[in-house]
Design a protein around this ligand. Structure first.
Ligand code: ADP
Ligand code: ADP
Ligand code: ZN
Length: 214
């Protein structure tokens, strides 16, 4: 089963993707995570992407699609893919159709996380992750069970993203509205879009997604 998690920055895509990986053995394909890894490694893609990401703009359709293609090539055909943060433009949606066909896969669900934009700013500015395993946390909504210690791996190192500040977030939301939201009607026409209340508690959102996946 292949699905897209769709929603503006802070909607909870990464949080839910991690839970789906644990519960369903699916694999998260996050272009944001791939790009951050490239920035950290100082690869040519990373060097090109850094300033674009810091400004909250979109990296080129070709670059992110190549990252996805490489992951799909490395992945077994029986492992379900969770596309997180991709596709983000109409061009990427078109490229994804081609990539899925090339890899003998098809899209089962597009799950839209429906959220309130003002709440998203609070979510993003309070977001941090485990520096070791990437588990997501939040200053108010999801603290580790033991303060300063990752629930998943025990690490005491955490990090925050340079683009998770209010100004950049507002711009990223605008980009979402103008570039990404327009991909929805195409999927709606295929009858594969489901909406989930992304403002519900993290566990309730997971239950709603599980119900869609069946
Ligand atoms: P996205 O991947 O869509 O940008 P994240 O999954 O990183 O979003 O979530 C953004 C922040 O909000 C994180 O700090 C996360 O812990 C928190 N969060 C995610 N889902 C919820 C929720 N349903 N309620 C409250 N906080 C949430
Ligand atoms: P969020 O879910 O919080 O918006 P992501 O981690 O998905 O953040 O993306 C972070 C940044 O990486 C984006 O603002 C953009 O610059 C870049 N990026 C990630 N995915 C894509 C994509 N599919 N197309 C273009 N740029 C992308
Ligand atoms: Zn951890």
């Amino acid at each position: 089963m292949d699905i897209i998690l769709l929603g503006p920055p802070g909607a909870g895509k990464g949080t839910q993707a991690h839970r789906l990986m644990e519960h369903h053995g699916m694999r998260q394909l996050s272009t944001g995570d791939m790009l951050r890894a490239a920035v950290k490694a100082g690869t040519p893609v990373g060097i090109k992407a850094k300033a674009i990401m810091d400004a909250g703009e979109l990296v080129s359709d070709e670059i992110v699609s190549e990252l996805i293609d490489a992951e799909l090539t490395a992945m077994g055909p029986d492992t379900g893919a969770i596309f997180d943060g991709y596709p983000r433009t109409e061009k990427q949606a078109e490229i994804l159709d081609g990539l899925l066909a090339k890899h003998g896969r098809s899209l089962d669900h597009v799950i839209e996380l429906d959220v309130d934009e003002d709440a998203l700013v609070a979510r993003i500015t309070g977001r941090y992750t485990c520096a070791n395993c990437g588990e997501g946390y939040h200053d108010t909504f999801k603290q580790p069970e033991v303060e300063g210690v990752c629930d998943k791996c025990g690490s005491t190192e955490f990090k925050r993203r340079p683009d998770d500040n209010e100004e950049t977030v507002r711009h990223r939301m605008q980009v979402y509205r103008s570039e990404t939201a327009p991909i929805l009607p195409g999927y709606e026409a295929r009858g594969i879009v489901s909406r989930v209340d992304g403002m519900a508690a993290i566990g309730d959102v997971t239950h709603a997604i599980d119900a869609i996946l069946g």
